[in-house]
Design a protein around this ligand. Structure first.
Ligand code: NDP
Ligand code: MG
Length: 397
C-alpha cells in the first residue's frame, strides 16, 4: 500500500532528512503537501522531484513573489494552512511536522484532524501545548510518534511494556562541542564554534541548544509529557559517541536500550511503519566497537549550569511557554552576534526566578491564544530586560 504524507517544514534539517530517506523508498510513499517558511528554491525542487501538487509557503512576501512559478507547473500554492488543509478529502497516512520553534504548535493542532498518524519532530509544541495536542489526538483518534531520536527510542522500547515497571529512563546527551571545555573559558565563544556539533548535523537553533544543554532540558520535559511519567523517572547521561539514544531500566531487572547511527533518517523512516511491516534502511553493521571504552558519564553542572532549570517543577503551566520563548529569542540574538554565549545562560537563569514570570507558574494556558499572548508578554519583558542589563550579563557565572 502506498502511504500518503504531508511534510511540514520540508526545507529544514529534519525536513531534508525526511526527503532523503523517502528518495530511497520512493515507490512506497506519495507526498500530498510540502511546507516551508521561505526557502522557495528547495521546496520547488522537492515538489518537482516528488510530483507534489500542494505547497504551503508561510512567508507572505515570498508567497506573492513566487506564486506564479508554482502555478506554471500546475502546483497549487497556499499561504494559509487552513486553505491547504481544506483540500484534503480523507485523512492522509501520516504528517511529519518538522517546523522549528513554537510556531510549530498551531500547525500540529490543525493537522491532527487530517492525519491518521503524526511523526512529530517539533519539540516546542509538545513542551508548550501537549495538553492541547492530546485533546485533539483523542478526539480524532490520531496516533502520534515522537521522532526526536531519544524519544523515538524510548517509544520503541516501552510501547509494549507495562509503564508501572519502568524504574528509570536515561536520556543520552552528546555533550556538544564544549564537553571538554570549562564554561568560564568560553563565555564569549562565537556562534560558529557553538554550531560545530561533533556528531549531529542539525538546524542552527537546536545546535546551540545542544551546546548549552538546553536541548536536553527540553527533552526531559518532552518525555515527561509524551510518556506521562514524572521527573523522578528521568536522568541525563553524557554519551559523547551518540550511538545509544535512550536506556530504559525496568523494575523487572532488565535494562533495554536502542543504538543506531547518528542520522535522523532512522527514527523518521521507522516512524512511518507499523511494527509488523517489512522494510529496511540499508544501514551499516552494528558497531559494537563504539560501545567499548568510556561511554556514559554524569553531566557536570558547573559547565552546564542550565541543567539547574530542571529543579523548577512547574509542569503544565505557563512555565514551559516562558522558558521556550526566552530561550528561542536569546539563541536568535546569539546567532546574530547580538549577545554573548554566557548571556544566554545568565539571562535564562535570572529571568525564570523573577516574580514577573513566577506568578504565571501557577496557571495554565487553556488554548493556543493564551500561549500566543504569553509569548508576546515574555518577549516584551525580555527586550526591556536585555536593553537595561546586557552589559552586566557579560559577567561570568
Ligand atoms: P530547521 O531550522 O533546520 O528547519 C525548520 C523548518 O521549519 C524549515 O523548513 C523552515 O522553513 C520551517 N519554518 C521555520 N519557521 C516557520 C514558520 N514560522 N512557519 C512555517 N514553517 C517554518 O530546524 P530543524 O529541522 O533542525 O528542527 C525542526 C524541529 O525538529 C525543531 O523543533 C527541533 O527541535 C526538532 N528536532 C530537530 C532535530 C535535528 O536533528 N535537526 C533532532 C530532533 C528534534 P525555512 O527553510 O524557510 O527556514
Ligand atoms: Mg534529541
Amino acid at each position: 500500500m502506498i502511504k500518503d504524507l504531508i511534510i511540514l517544514g520540508s526545507t529544514g534539517s529534519i525536513g531534508k532528512s525526511t526527503i532523503k530517506v523517502l528518495k530511497k523508498n520512493k515507490k512506497n510513499f506519495k507526498i500530498h503537501l510540502l511546507s516551508t517558511n521561505s526557502n522557495i528554491n528547495t521546496i520547488y525542487k522537492q515538489a518537482i522531484e516528488f510530483n507534489v501538487k500542494h505547497v504551503l509557503i508561510n512567508n507572505i512576501v515570498k508567497y506573492q513573489i513566487f506564486e506564479k512559478k508554482f502555478k506554471k507547473k500546475k502546483i497549487n500554492v497556499y499561504f494559509n494552512i487552513d486553505d491547504a488543509l481544506n483540500k484534503i478529502k480523507k485523512k492522509v497516512f501520516c504528517t511529519i511536522n518538522a517546523i522549528s520553534g513554537i510556531d510549530g504548535l498551531e500547525p500540529t493542532l490543525k493537522i491532527v484532524k487530517y492525519s491518521k498518524n503524526i511523526s512529530l519532530a517539533n519539540k516546542e509544541s509538545i513542551i508548550c501545548g501537549w495538553h492541547l495536542i492530546k485533546k485533539e489526538l483523542d478526539k480524532y483518534k490520531t496516533d502520534l510518534v515522537p521522532i526526536d531520536s531519544e524519544h523515538f527510542s524510548i517509544w520503541s522500547i516501552i510501547k509494549n511494556e507495562n509503564k508501572e515497571n519502568i524504574k528509570k529512563i536515561y536520556l543520552t546527551a552528546s555533550g556538544g562541542p564544549f564537553l571538554k571545555k570549562k564554561l568560564s573559558k568560553i563565555h564569549n565563544i562565537k556562534p560558529k564554534f557553538a554550531l560545530n556539533h561533533p556528531n549531529w548535523s542539525m538546524g542552527k537553533k537546536i545546535s546551540i541548544d545542544s551546546a548549552t544543554m538546553m536541548n536536553k532540558i527540553f527533552e526531559v520535559l518532552e518525555a515527561i509529557k509524551i510518556f506521562n511519567l514524572g521527573y523522578e523517572n528521568f536522568e541525563i547521561l553524557i554519551h559523547p559517541k551518540s550511538y545509544v539514544h535512550a536506556i530504559v531500566h525496568f523494575k523487572t531487572g532488565l535494562t533495554k536500550f536502542i543504538a543506531h547511527d547518528t542520522t535522523m533518517q532512522i527514527p523518521i523512516l521507522n516512524s512511518l511503519y507499523k511494527s509488523n511491516e517489512k522494510f529496511f534502511f540499508n544501514n551499516k553493521n552494528f558497531n559494537f566497537k563504539i560501545l567499548n571504552g568510556e561511554n556514559f558519564i554524569k553531566p557536570d553542572i558547573k559547565n552546564f549550569p542550565l541543567l539547574k532549570i530542571l529543579k523548577n517543577k512547574y509542569l503544565n503551566t505557563y512555565f514551559e511557554t516562558i522558558l521556550i520563548t526566552i530561550n528561542d529569542e536569546l539563541v536568535k540574538r546569539y546567532l546574530n552576534n547580538k549577545i554573548s554565549y554566557i548571556t544566554i545562560h545568565k539571562t535564562l537563569l535570572d529571568l525564570i526566578k523573577m516574580p514577573y514570570f513566577t506568578k504565571y507558574f501557577r496557571s495554565s494556558p487553556n488554548n493556543i491564544n493564551d500561549i500566543k499572548i504569553m509569548v508576546k508578554k515574555t518577549l516584551n519583558y525580555l527586550n526591556k530586560y536585555l536593553k537595561y542589563n546586557v552589559n552586566k550579563l557579560e559577567y561570568k557565572i
